[in-house]
Design a binder for this molecule. Structure first.
Ligand code: MN
Length: 287
């Protein structure tokens, strides 16, 4: 049975928050997994990291981690000192996750976010090559520490290196390490893929995690995403990774700004109820 998870940022306006309240409540709302900000745990002490993991264990929750690397940490940069800073930051994150028992880190871990092709370039190839080199080093480091690095396919308006399933497959095959896998997200797929089925079949055994959201990033089950088709395709490839929903419905704060939420997408939302209903929808329709 696939695990059902949610990204904590559904309830938050800022990326750096205390995760304890979310760990205490998401199990009751019907979730098996909570995705946290990988950037935040880097700045915690080892004891704080262990305490967070213990609390998650007490509540029967699996933790996973998401990150969109910032520009000063761009592991695809043409500037070697920027790449080194990014690689060192990712290694600290991998160390933190290793202390917390290992697990998955996903997101824009192969470049930075949000990003666009450098003005002086006409092709992404130089950035791609640097990214592959960085990821080979990171995957090797992660693999020795029971950590999986999942490159997330992100739409063209937020990122330029890996925009669809073809590029993701080429990327992980070039990295060629079992600790580097793929994360697909229905919100981005809806923009870039010709077909949900073909994209899922294409990445097949390389698909390690799946993000869920409606076309406007509302909670799963409230929009027009073709969930039955998506479930069938996941079944076809025997996908057994986590299904983590990543809804955003509130404007405000740095999260609202970074995600591009400029209006309240749901008026006066009861977030816990929306989350619980979505968990139930996913369990009944996608697991
Ligand atoms: Mn996502």
């Amino acid at each position: 049975m696939r695990k059902v998870g949610i990204y904590y940022a559904f309830w938050a306006h800022e990326w750096d928050v205390d995760f304890v309240p979310y760990i205490k409540k998401v199990g009751k709302l019907g979730f098996d997994q909570l995705e946290l900000n990988g950037g935040t745990i880097v700045h915690m002490t080892a004891q704080q990291q262990r305490d967070l993991k213990s609390l998650a264990d007490e509540h029967g929750l699996t933790l996973s981690y998401g990150i969109g690397l910032q520009k000063p940490f761009d592991v695809a940069s043409l500037d070697a000192s920027v790449r080194r800073r990014g690689i060192d930051f990712m290694k600290k994150m991998i160390d933190a996750v290793a202390i917390m028992g290992g697990g998955m880190i996903g997101g824009t871990i192969y470049g930075y976010w949000p990003s666009t092709l450098p003005e002086e370039l006409d092709s992404k190839q130089p950035c791609w090559d640097q990214s592959i080199k960085s990821m080979k080093e990171l995957a090797s480091y992660a693999g020795e520490r029971n950590v999986l690095l999942n490159v997330e396919v992100i739409n063209r308006f937020e990122q330029f290196l890996i925009n669809d399933s073809h590029e993701a497959l080429a990327y992980v095959q070039e990295v060629d390490h079992p600790a580097c896998r793929i994360l697909l997200d229905t919100f981005h797929m809806n923009i870039e893929e010709d077909s949900f089925t073909e994209a899922i079949h294409r990445v097949g055994p390389y698909l390690a995690a799946f993000h869920l959201g409606e076309t406007n990033r509302k909670t799963p089950g409230t929009g027009r995403m073709p969930w039955a088709e998506i479930k069938q395709a996941l079944d076809d490839i025997n996908f057994d990774g986590p299904m983590v929903m990543e809804p955003f419905v509130m404007k405000g704060g740095q999260i609202g700004r970074d995600i591009g939420v400029w209006r309240d997408i749901v008026k006066d939302p009861d977030l816990d109820t929306l989350a619980a209903e979505a968990a139930s929808f996913v369990r009944n329709n996608l697991c």
